[in-house]
Design a protein around this ligand. Structure first.
Ligand SMILES: Nc1ncnc2c1ncn2[C@@H]1O[C@H](COP(=O)(O)OP(=O)(O)OP(=O)(O)O)[C@@H](O)[C@H]1O
Ligand SMILES: [Mg+2]
Length: 374
């Protein structure tokens, strides 16, 4: 194929490229009927104007938690209801003040006034609206594991769930969504919070082989032209997806493999195109985790990468001596940052037998790969 031919080749293999975008909400959403029914049941009191029951949604990444909530929320908006559903992405809104401001913004369509520069004031305004308009508030804290640092989850839940004490007559329900199966909320939450937060747990198990196959096949039929991806190669994508457990990896692989085929001006995806796509798609998790870090956490990660070039085993105590000098962080802040990197599965923190509190630190990814996103 000549360069001229390649430039002229403007055929696309995508019937609809949006189908593979990260925020696309599929029309076809199977295998989650049980969870959706359970959620609808918990929220039903809110439609009529009472407080909805609280829920805890748990399941590993890419098992359909966010999509389920978004679908239910759009159904609620379509029917007459006293309940205002608000979805919060806690990777972005990760403090009490930011969350309350976002709630206000979603209710009113604009930022809280300049006077609302304290979380208390913003909460006052929210309560005022709820009482004046006789509305119920439903807040979904998505990816709430990002609030476990600096105790933010306790602070936010305390305010929302005890609002009726400060503002009699307000009704607020909460959905907490968590994808880290190691998190034990009963250990993380204060008794002041657990006494008002007894959520019903809704579990999202990983998809089986057949479910993964059907979900991805559905996307392929909607998003690509017939014959672009064979069933045999779709099986290869399914295998990779199951290995990571995250549906997003499969969806992203199909998109990239199709682009690779287009680049080669082929009408059909080859094994090689899939193989190349997987090399990138399998780092999806790494990419989003690194992007969600705060500045000092990124700086810490850079130092860990630098130090990992030597053959010495990194320990939390020795790394701290360097961090203290370079970043001027106190020990508590440093340790919280380490815990967060561990929680996000970027590093592995491990106790060493018989040596007090110091921990061994290992990176979970190839340092060169991490650097790409820092
Ligand atoms: N049952 C399903 N049918 C079709 N698509 C699905 C299904 N489940 C998940 N997906 C797709 O997989 C991707 C991940 O789903 P979603 O974002 O809902 O997962 P999640 O459980 O919220 O993951 P995380 O914990 O990482 O936030 C989305 O693109 C979604 O459209
Ligand atoms: Mg999600």
């Amino acid at each position: 194929m000549t360069l001229k031919n390649m430039l002229m080749w403007d055929e696309t293999l995508f019937r609809d490229p949006d189908i593979f975008e990260i925020d696309y909400i599929p029309d076809q959403f199977n295998y989650r009927e049980g969870q959706m029914r359970e959620l609808a049941f918990l929220l039903r009191p809110g439609i009529k104007g009472s407080r909805p029951l609280n829920a805890l949604l748990k399941g590993t990444p890419g098992t359909g938690k966010t999509t389920s909530v978004r679908k239910i929320f759009s159904d609620i908006r379509d029917i007459p209801s006293k309940m205002i559903p608000i979805h919060i992405n806690c990777q972005v809104e990760n403090s009490r003040f930011m969350i309350l401001s976002q709630i206000y913004r979603q209710i009113k369509g604009h930022n809280p006034s300049a006077a609302g520069n304290s979380y208390k004031r913003v909460l006052d305004s929210i309560a005022e609206i709820l009482l004046a308009e006789d509305r119920v508030l439903l807040v979904a804290l998505d990816d709430a594991n990002y609030l476990l640092f600096e105790n933010e989850l306790n602070k936010v839940l305390y305010l929302l769930l005890r609002s009726h004490e400060t503002y009699p007559g307000t009704r607020i329900g909460v959905m907490v969504i968590i994808s880290d199966m190691d998190v034990d909320l009963s250990r993380e939450l204060d008794v002041r919070v657990t006494s008002v937060f007894s959520p019903t747990e809704v579990y999202f198990p990983p998809y089986s082989h057949d479910e993964t196959f059907q979900i991805l096949k559905e996307r392929v039929m909607q998003g690509l032209y017939p014959g672009v991806l064979s069933e045999a190669l779709l099986e290869v994508v399914v295998d990779h997806t199951l290995r990571t457990g995250d549906m997003r990896v499969g969806i992203d692989m199909i998109k990239r493999a199709t682009m690779n085929a287009e680049k080669d001006a082929m009408r059909e995806i080859s094994q090689e195109h899939i193989h190349e796509a997987y090399k990138i798609s399998r780092f999806l998790h790494l990419k989003y985790s690194v992007l969600s870090l705060r500045r000092e956490e990124k700086e810490l990660l850079k130092i860990l990468i630098e130090l990992s070039q030597s053959d010495e085993q990194l320990t939390s105590g020795e790394v701290y001596l360097i961090v203290k000098k370079k970043l001027k962080l106190g020990y508590t802040v440093y340790y919280e940052a380490l815990r967060k990197l561990d929680n996000l599965r970027l590093i592995n923190l491990q106790f060493r037998d018989g040596r007090g509190r110091t921990r061994l630190i290992n990176l979970r990814y190839d340092p060169d790969k991490i650097k790409l996103y820092l």
